[in-house]
Design a protein around this ligand. Structure first.
Ligand SMILES: [Zn+2]
Length: 126
């Protein structure tokens, strides 16, 4: 196992590196191997640098941040639609319920990668 970050790298720079690599769902340590073995399942270790990715536990942080982001998008969109068109409640539900589901499922893996990268940058395991 090698730590691919340079020893002179500042904490902020390391955080940005971890976020960038994690958001791309890559290993936060080397940026080359895949961090995920499935939709949300982390690999036990990187197939390139053998960094123990499976030791990081993201727990509830990715869903929390995903709900935070999607909530801002959906609520502002629903309010803007209400202000501009005054549609029926049925139309609002038909538009925004599927949008919420699609956005949550689409964003969650990338947010989880970013949380993984943050944990890597800060050395938070287990
Ligand atoms: Zn790696």
């Amino acid at each position: 196992m090698t730590d691919a970050h340079a020893p002179h790298q500042s904490r902020g720079s390391r955080l940005m590196t971890g976020l960038r690599r994690g958001f791309r769902r890559k290993c936060p340590n080397c940026g080359k191997g895949f961090a995920f073995g499935g939709y949300l399942k982390l690999r036990s270790e990187c197939d390139v640098c053998e960094h123990p990715i499976g030791e990081y536990r993201c727990d509830d942080a990715p869903p929390y941040f995903t709900i935070f982001l999607v909530g801002h998008i959906v609520v502002s969109g629903a309010l803007a639609m209400e202000q501009s068109m005054s549609p029926s409640m049925t139309l609002q539900l038909v538009v925004w319920l599927p949008t919420t589901v699609v956005l949550c499922l689409g964003i969650l893996p990338f947010v989880k990668g970013a949380v993984l990268g943050t944990q890597w940058a800060m050395g938070i395991k287990g």
